[in-house]
Design a protein around this ligand. Sequence first.
Ligand SMILES: [Zn+2]
Length: 313
Amino acid sequence: MAWTRFGKKKDMPGGLWIKCESCGAMLFRKEFEQRHRVCATCGYHFTLPARERVALTADPGTFQELWTELRAVDVLQFNDRVPYSEKLTATKAKTGEADAMVTGTAQVKGIPCALGVMNFQFLGGSMGMVVGEKIALLCEFAAEQKLPVVLFACSGGARMHEGAVSLMQMAKTCGALQRLHRQGGVSISVMTHPTTGGVTASFASVCDLLLAEPGALIGFAGPRVIATTIKKELPKGFQRAEFLLEKGQIDRIVPRAAMRDELARLLAYATGRDPVAAFKSQPTAAQGAAEAEVTVPAQPAEKPRKKQKAKKE
Ligand SMILES: [Zn+2]
């Protein structure tokens, strides 16, 4: 086969084909991107870059980004092979992003909200001082402007390069959400694959409504760490969204193709609007393009995954 010349790489940037991490099917990249990175064969939800998530969630032209000037500082002069400051510079150049979180205001089917989306492409979506600060600012802004908050989590956890400063963001983001709630604000957390470590253990789990994408890995420590610590075999589907729904840790699993509709409905309820009216506005630019060329299939409810991988930064 022609693609074998790419070697063992699962993901071939710039290549025409991509291999599904779950079922191994070869997916035509263009079609795969039009399906918003959901496998057409098994329904596996690949990690979605933050900007694509914003395009898929917000009404066209409504996203106004805020706090773009925030930059991380290498307080510890942290050095793991490559100094943290150099790593930051390289990652900024590679991703075109300043850090692992994009925040701003947007409308979802005409309903204004404060939107925060984590970017896994930036150092594994790790939460450091910039991510924490942006979430805190977003909550304060939302409280002032009386906006509901929607946070998409996608993270390997706290950013080790920032040490205790990074861990502090757990308390800080929880505190910010608590103040928002006390002022009558509403928050929705969407946990996407993977949501792990200090992000699961903080803001992603303390919002009013907890949604997840199908098959998302959601946990604190990784399954291998837990299995070796407790010396027991873990139950099937452990730390997957479906397992957590069954155990009551999350409220609902929403496939990517239905996420915007579901968010609009929940935001309508949360802000005292007519939920039916939330279905009358136009699709996003991203959705419109996708639906014109590809029919998004109904998501299979649960498919066993062959590989369970989450990159940790
Ligand atoms: Zn697949």
